[in-house]
Design a protein around this ligand. Sequence first.
Ligand code: ADP
Ligand code: ZN
Ligand code: ZN
Length: 735
Amino acid sequence: MGVYMFADVVLNEFSRNIDRILTYRVPDDIKNLKIGSRVLVPVNKSFVEGYAINLSEKIEIPIEKVKPIMRVLDDFTVFDEKLLNLAIWMRDYYKCNLSESLQCIIPSGIKNGIKKVKKVTLNKGYLDDASITPRQFEILNYLKDNGTVLLSDLVKDLNISYSTVNSLARKGIICVYYDEVNRLKMSDYKKTDKLIPTKEQEFVINEVKHSIGRNVFEKYLLFGVTGSGKTEVYLQLIEKCIEEGKESIVLVPEISLTPQTIERFISRFGNLVAVLHSGLSDGERFDEWRRIKNGEVKVVVGVRNAIFAPFSNIGLIIIDEEHENTYKQSDFKPKYNVKEVAEKRCEIEKAVLLLGSATPQIESYYKALRNEYKLLKLKERIGLELPEVDVVNMSRELADGNNSIFSRKLYKEIRENLMKGEQTILFLNRRGYSSFVMCRDCGYVPECPNCDISLTFHANESKLRCHYCGYNINTVYVCPKCGSRRVRYLGIGTERVEKEVKKLFPRSRVLRMDIDTTKTKGAHEKIFNEFKNGNADILIGTQMISKGFDIPNVTLVGVILADVTLNIPDFRSGERTFQLLTQVAGRAGRGSKPGRVIIQTYEEDNYSIISAKNQDYESFYKEEIRYRETYMYPPFTHLLNIVVSGPIKNDVVTCAASVYNLIYKTINKSVKKSYNKVLGPSSAPIERIKNNYRWQIIIKSSERAILQDVCDVLNTLKFHKGIKISFDLDPLNLI
Ligand code: ADP
Ligand code: ZN
Ligand code: ZN
């Protein structure tokens, strides 16, 4: 192996539009530099952190122009060449900087470093020394009883001084040394054995196992109804990987929402599993990262960013509930979709990608039907029937004189369930008490002064709140505009449902789970356990309760108003509604008793509702894909959502217009034959958030490459007057 003299270093700078990659000399005294080393390098008159991404023996530039690397910061690398290639692919695919995509890979806790503590132990074969003092004798006995201990514990327990310990160490009887510690406590777990697979499961397991054994890059979509045993399939495939000496990554949408699922991984594989969740401190996260990198872990279960786990021999990547929005990073750059990143990582690693869902994303099913993914199906619920689903038309209820938020049918079923001692879940995808307040006489609606959106009424605290910026005022009983006392609360939220339930069923025990009741740490688990242990009869919640709950005594699920998600102005709202309804319905009847589901709606003829009632994904897909093709939405096009925002409306509008012109030129220059359509510029659905005006341009194109060209142009633009331009390629959310 030759001696590398030079290294290309990408600087870790965020304020820039374009990466700086500079070449440095490797001085003689630096021996441990590798690709993936974190280094400190001189730039102008200061030092900047960066990462070595390329090593070479010679360079084109004159050597006296090349400055030396100052220092290597860690005794381990923060990425290997395969992860570097993944980051480079992300840079090109999502049009971000390399330093930004590398930032996804590097553990956030790296600055905390390795935690070391002083430990004390008896030296092997130490000689009894007559000269030791009684205090020192106590130390000897303590160590004989307790083995290796923390120095701090020893000092505290025996109430002795450090110098007493040190003098004993100087005699060679004991040893005091630094040791690395893991900040994470290993939890106890009950070991579970694997289940004997059903015929359907066995077919799926064998098919995927075969690919794992052949070391080939393969992509599967596992379409299995809720409760069909997908998780057991995952577990047995991971076991296969462990047998083959390979590693697995399992992505779940949100850890806190799926405690039961996580438990199943831990109880099967014990300490071979690392769970990466948002509750870890930076230090704990870094310690887990080290455990993974050192090969102590074979399975990582986590949310989106667990895809970057520092494994080096991956056999399988599973994405459970692959249709979930949380798999896309929408808030900041790089705005990556982890399904695509996982696919790329599997290609690099020659591994198997397995996407699982009861309601696959339209794009995924489309790919499966075109053989881009191999389609696997689990059609039967294990040992259970699918629940019976009823749809109730709420206009008819009103016409019949029932203006309660509960239809007669749902009311009757809740009552019966209470009498039988069985549990009920009531779902409504909107929190708060009412979605807005309106004066009956003049039509005045209180709005947020910072955002163009009406304030939501929260009865418990008697406040009107903005759900975008948190602005709040005391609730109004008198219209501030016309002085009328006839102020009405319109549109229901979970808080209102809770109040109505308590009114109608005063003796029922009710819990509510939404953002407002789960703000404190551990609140989510607490509510979940209360309900699971039967300490409540009715659980009311938003989409938080739609997945992962496997509670045998839940026999009734009521959807208070399906229209809430249906009416969101986004081309995916039909799909989201179908997914949510199917997921929530899947919570019913998971025990020995059959389940019932009641969906309340004003739009009983909508195909999302009809397909959810019939639990018929295929017919939903057929309608939805036709709609997507007619209006040229994904998977028939790619979208690019551009938002121009700033504090002064005129500047934003002017800037949006000039961006539009640039886009037009870029698209027209393209020689490819393609479908392109530019929508806008127009005000975004919420025109102002936190006092920033927002204008939007949406481009639809059959060629993703054209949209990438547009992104390149956007990245070169300079901003002024506080204006920001952000873009999202293949967005999941257009609001
Ligand atoms: P999904 O992930 O598709 O919703 P799960 O894996 O949670 O389904 O399985 C549903 C239920 O069936 C769980 O309680 C699970 O323990 C049980 N189960 C799964 N596979 C088997 C099997 N082969 N034999 C017996 N029970 C099984
Ligand atoms: Zn009024
Ligand atoms: Zn606001």
